[in-house]
Design a protein. Structure first.
Length: 87
């Protein structure tokens, strides 16, 4: 039985990832850079979370990503130093 991931071509996956990235970039840019120029009573403010989250979310993602990379490198170094059987 073929999985859905195997049935979808790489081009479709790439297009979906590109569209998602463009949407997220546009949303974040409007949220972080353009929203301060709108009046507080503007209905545009209702479409976005508080501006403090525009800093908190990327900071959390950055710390999580750097931590994951550091853990991966640490585990790779530790596993290389273990003596292997038969050598």
């Amino acid at each position: 039985m073929l999985l859905l991931a195997e049935m979808v071509s790489d081009q479709v996956k790439g297009t979906a990832m590109l569209c998602t990235s463009v949407f997220l970039f546009t949303y974040y840019t409007i949220w972080a850079l353009l929203l301060p120029f709108f009046d507080e009573s503007s209905p545009v403010h209702d479409m976005f979370p508080s501006r403090e989250w525009a800093v908190r979310i990327p900071a959390f993602v950055l710390v999580t990503g750097i931590s994951a990379i550091a853990i991966f490198i640490g585990l790779a170094i530790v596993s290389e130093r273990k003596p292997r059987r038969g050598q």
